[in-house]
Design a protein around this ligand. Structure first.
Ligand code: NDP
Ligand code: 2IT
Length: 447
């Protein structure tokens, strides 16, 4: 039963943002879970906390013209949504993918507010990107696109204002081009982007951070809530084969798990004896190839075209590709095959119907904003190192990453307990993330 205030805000937003389905999905999930907070703290309505939270502080949409290798002019649409700066400068990735639109960037930016709050670091929430598709583009085309994108973005960002990073389609190559152009336009070498290369003040462990953090979180919640040991000896079904998936697979294997599936947008590979990660890294990270090539190097594995990655038998599922990739039917299939935990590496990969079903079946559910916060947490640590003009060792960064992930588990479980939702990691994460931001928004007055 939703509190009147929450219901009113959700209903109004449903009308105002009826053309933004992903944004509505994300806001509904968070707002509904705040019900017990508003029962105890009705004064939050007086300061319009929810109306303020759901409206980005600033939205920038811009033209990105660039010239392809044949000399033809192309135009894409660029976005940066500066959602909330109550607890720190806007922080969040840039996504380059043909599916990017305002709804997708707003859902990602909204989620980022609470995720960043959970890290305990001084990071506000934002997100950006473009409908540009880096696939099948030459390095020269990607460089010219990134330079044009930054020609507009640079006036809106800065180390104390807004610090973008990578996401789908934006990795080390793109961050390099974006940083180079920012430096030229602003005449300033600063920590304005994270995920930078090591030779120009990036942080050790940032490439690995989201995937490693996901495994630290998953291992801990399995121990705390399922009580039969962590990831060791568990079969893990994973989707995606990009930055998050590759390093989640690496850490899961290091922790003694057997990763049995990986995928991309064309199909998925089933390797019941365990995916050979050096092969995946070779295909995806070095040649930007397709996961279908995997079976050339592993005769015991099978490639399947299309969806279906969640039909493989596994104890734990780690969706690491994109939003709404795990549906109700997938959840049913996972439960039928004995899956005990679904922990989100991608942002909002499970549909609301899938989540409701998993919870009803007592499957442990780890929400994205908690489970994948390791990436932005190490981005925060990269900003600290840049401010200090120092580089920490891999061990130092990894230790801090583990600490952040354990704190997130503790904060989520404590908040869930405090509000009578014991063991619910999703409600706990939403409430714990919200409380810090709401406190700062109370303090800053109505601005
Ligand atoms: P990458 O671009 O490195 O990899 C994305 C992977 O997901 C690829 O295997 C890609 O396949 C697949 N994928 C993308 N879109 C789709 C789609 N529509 N359908 C099926 N498969 C798809 O991105 P990341 O690994 O960085 O990001 C993956 C997820 O993790 C995203 O949800 C992102 O928001 C989230 N995330 C990323 C963080 C980071 O630091 N990078 C931090 C926290 C969360 P293909 O190559 O065929 O497109
Ligand atoms: O979704 C995410 O948390 C990211 N893409 C990482 C953001 C960041 O600023 O490192």
């Amino acid at each position: 039963m939703k509190n009147d205030y929450i219901k009113r805000v959700c209903d109004n937003l449903a009308i105002k943002s009826s053309h933004e389905p992903e944004f509505l999905q994300a806001t509904n999930e968070v707002l509904e879970s705040l019900d017990p907070v508003f029962k105890l703290n009705p004064e939050l309505e007086q300061i319009g906390i929810l109306e303020r939270l759901i409206e980005p502080e600033r939205t920038i949409i811009f033209r990105v013209p660039w010239v392809d290798d044949s000399g033809r002019v192309k135009v894409n649409r660029g976005f940066r949504v500066q959602f909330n700066s109550a607890i720190g400068p806007y922080k969040g990735g840039l996504r380059f993918h043909p599916s990017v639109d305002l709804s997708v960037i707003k859902f990602l930016g909204f989620e980022q507010i609470f995720k960043n709050s959970l890290t305990g670091l001084p990071l506000g929430g934002g997100k950006g990107g473009s409908d540009f598709d880096p696939k099948c583009k030459s390095d020269g085309e990607v460089m010219r696109f990134c330079q044009s994108f930054m020609n507009e973005l640079y006036r809106h960002i800065g180390q104390f204002t807004d610090v973008p990073a990578g996401d789908i389609g934006v990795g080390a190559r793109e961050i390099g081009y974006l940083f180079g152009q920012y430096k030229k336009l602003a005449n300033e070498f600063s920590g304005v982007l994270t995920g930078k290369g090591l030779s120009y003040s990036g942080s050790l462990v940032r490439p690995e951070a989201t995937g490693y953090g996901l495994c630290y979180y998953t291992d801990e919640v399995l121990r705390r809530l399922k009580g039969q040991g962590g990831l060791h000896d568990r079969r893990v079904a994973m989707s995606g084969s990009g930055n998050v998936a590759v390093f989640a697979a690496e850490k899961a294997a290091q922790m003694g798990a057997i990763v049995v599936t990986m995928s991309d947008s064309t199909g998925w590979v089933h390797a019941p004896n365990g995916i050979k990660l050096d092969v995946v890294k070779g295909i995806k990270l070095e040649h930007r190839g397709r996961i279908s090539e995997y079976v050339k190097y592993d005769a015991s594995a099978k490639y399947h075209e299309g969806r279906g990655v969640w039909s493989a038998a596994a104890d734990v599922a780690l969706p690491c590709a994109t939003q709404n990739e795990l549906t109700l039917d997938d959840a049913k299939q996972l439960v039928k095959n004995g899956c005990q935990a679904v922990v989100e590496g991608a942002n909002m990969p499970s549909t609301p119907e899938a989540i409701a079903y998993l919870k009803k079946q007592s499957v442990l559910f780890g929400p994205a904003k908690a489970a994948n916060a390791g990436g932005v947490a190490v981005s925060g640590l990269e900003m600290s190192q840049n401010s200090q003009r120092l580089s920490w060792t891999a061990q130092e960064v990894d230790d801090k990453l583990r600490e952040v992930m354990f704190n997130i588990v503790n904060m989520s479980l404590n908040a869930a307990e405090k509000y009578g939702k014991s063991g619910d990691l999703a409600i706990g994460a939403n409430i714990a993330g919200f409380e810090r931001v709401a406190d700062a928004m109370k303090a800053e007055g109505v601005v």
